[in-house]
Design a protein. Sequence first.
Length: 139
Amino acid sequence: MKDCVFCKIVAGEIPSTRVCEDDAVLAFMDIGPIVRGHTLVIPKAHYESLTEMPQELLRRVADIVQRVAAAQIGGLKADGFNIHLADGAAAGQEVPHVHFHVIPRFEDDGHRWNWAAKRYENPAEMKALADRIRGALGI
Ligand code: AMP
């Protein structure tokens, strides 16, 4: 897509540090790593949302996500990794081209997720939400 920064990276119109690629998928270094080694994995074709992607393409992206994560463990001697995807502005998506963040984690990397677990009012509230999701799944 014309104004998409990641499409421009795919096309080689703006520079990137590529990790690996095939005909459908590209992995490259995030320019603003939250931990050094932070890698992005994208479909080369432009999709804004994960929900729009063909399943076969998603499988191919997931395969590279898994391999890059394993390579961060093997090659960077990471102690673990996080996979993150922001879908939609409300979720913090800044670049509207599907991208998985693959973030190597080290015991002493200093990064902390601001993950504040909340509670349901009661079990019925949780069940009602599950039912709405199930309804949308058509089951
Ligand atoms: P998100 O907030 O999930 O949309 O993440 C967008 C990510 O893209 C951020 O982590 C940015 O650092 C990264 N990013 C934006 N522009 C570039 C670029 N030209 N090269 C590499 N990474 C980029």
